[in-house]
Ligand binder design. Structure first.
Ligand code: XLS
Ligand code: NI
Ligand code: NI
Length: 436
């Protein structure tokens, strides 16, 4: 097969002074930062659905994306051709991972049996390509939101036959993910929510979603898939309300239905902001519960307000993300999957390179900055100091559970008015800016 990007060579690290839009200024895969190679910290992934399949249509107009290698058909032949394009792209970019939905890589056919057959044929091709290149599947997933049968949800559909179809689809997607050595498997509940409460039995739908996830856990054990399951929170769009609305809602759901040990979260920036949170907030909430698994790296547009899935270029954002990741000790099975698409106005194949290079450079800078902030230690020390009244005396007794209200009343009567120091927000914001 001829190359899809014949004019583009392997992207190289050229350093911060380079003016080449097709060179890395900061991402230097094998450079060691904070004790590990950049590629090991960052574990970038290409999102098949955006990079290979997104036509860049929007609610007001048709797609603009130019994909000269793609004949636009739903054939298995065309699907196989795309797998080669994906691997050429990853190779030229120097990205080690990719992620897909079943229906991104292979077509939805007239029957489930035919769709499964097509999926197997494309998986054969993916397996060969993985073997030849050493590239890996970060996670797989099933598309349970695009087909018209899922218009009222999949696991939360009011129709038992839709629930069954979705289960069959996830079963197959799990098998293929397992076969391809996928490091994890993601559940994003696209339409698992409601459009109106007037027709919805919320309790029953949430019970069904939990039953579905328990079945997935059982099946995972049955086939010997050991990677984690991820839930990807998002508050709405396309549903009015999605049950997995944010990190806290997901964690509560997992605990309520006894699923906590089987799931981690896959946090996406644009979903965090749609939920009215910062990315940092969502990450910290997941981390505090020991459930931060992976990241969908993108960013939204404050003015448009949808899930615009833009490539992340904001160094302040990437610095915060990398600070949380370093605090966690880095990814295990997760990575930074670019769940992002180029703008409708950026329709040429080369734009896909510019977009990913920019995202990778932004995270490389975020990593270096976060590592420098940690090495400097002042920020960390300030936070430690801020809580130091709990390190000894009455504070330590509170943390150890040795005292109750009566003891604290006696202590306060004896010690008088409480003491608290300044939070120093502005000083700390300035400190962080020293490094950016
Ligand atoms: C959509 C989601 C989706 C998931 C995978 O908003 O981000 O792309 O990551 O199903
Ligand atoms: Ni996503
Ligand atoms: Ni998204």
């Amino acid at each position: 097969m001829s190359e899809a990007f014949p004019d583009i060579q392997k992207i190289k690290y050229e350093g911060p002074k380079s003016k080449n839009p097709l060179g890395f200024k900061h991402y230097n895969a094998d450079e060691v930062v904070a004790g590990k190679k950049m590629r090991e910290h960052l574990r970038f992934g290409v999102a098949y659905w955006h990079t290979l399949r997104n036509t860049l249509a929007d609610p007001f107009g048709a797609g603009t994306s130019q994909k000269p290698w793609d004949d636009g058909s739903n054939s298995v032949e065309n699907a196989k051709k795309r797998t080669h394009v994906c691997f050429e792209f990853m190779d030229k970019l120097g990205v080690d991972y990719y992620c897909f939905h079943d229906r991104d890589v292979s077509p939805e056919c007239a029957t489930l049996a035919e769709s499964n057959k097509a999926f197997d044929a494309v998986a054969d091709e993916l397996e060969k390509l993985q073997r030849a290149t050493g590239k890996k599947l970060l996670w797989g997933t099933a598309c349970l939101f695009a087909h018209p049968r899922y218009n009222q949800g999949a696991a939360t559909s009011p129709s038992a036959s839709v629930f069954a179809y979705a289960a069959a689809q996830v079963k197959k997607a799990l098998e293929v993910t397992h076969r391809l050595g996928g490091e994890g498997y993601t559940f994003w509940g696209g339409r698992e929510g409601y459009s109106t409460l007037w027709n919805t039995n919320l309790k029953r739908e949430m019970d069904h979603l939990a039953a579905f996830l328990h079945m997935a856990v059982d099946y995972k054990k049955k086939i010997g898939f050991t990677g984690p399951f991820y839930i990807e929170p998002k508050p709405r769009e396309p549903s009015t309300h999605q049950y997995d609305s944010d990190s806290a809602a997901c964690l509560n759901f997992l605990r309520q239905y006894d699923l906590m040990e089987h799931f981690k979260l896959n946090i996406e920036t644009n979903h965090a902001t749609l939920a009215g949170h910062t990315m940092r907030h969502e990450l910290e909430v997941a981390l505090a519960a020991g459930a931060l698994g992976s990241i969908d790296a993108n960013t939204g547009d404050e003015l448009i307000g949808w899930d615009t899935d833009q490539f992340p270029t904001d160094i302040y954002l990437t610095t915060q993300i990398m600070l949380v990741l370093l605090k966690m000790g880095g990814f295990t099975t997760g990575g930074l999957n670019f769940d992002a698409k180029v703008r409708r106005e950026s329709f040429e194949p080369v734009d896909l390179f510019h977009a990913h290079i920019g995202g990778m450079d932004a995270f490389a800078r975020g990593l270096k900055i976060a590592s420098a902030i940690m090495e400097d230690g002042r920020l960390d020390n300030f936070v430690k100091q801020r809580y130091s009244s709990f390190d000894s005396g009455i504070g330590a007794q509170i943390e150890k559970g040795e005292v109750g209200f009566a003891e604290l009343e006696a202590w306060t009567l004896k010690n008088g008015e409480a003491m608290i120091g300044s939070g120093r927000q502005e000083m700390l914001e300035n400190l962080v800016n020293e490094f950016i």
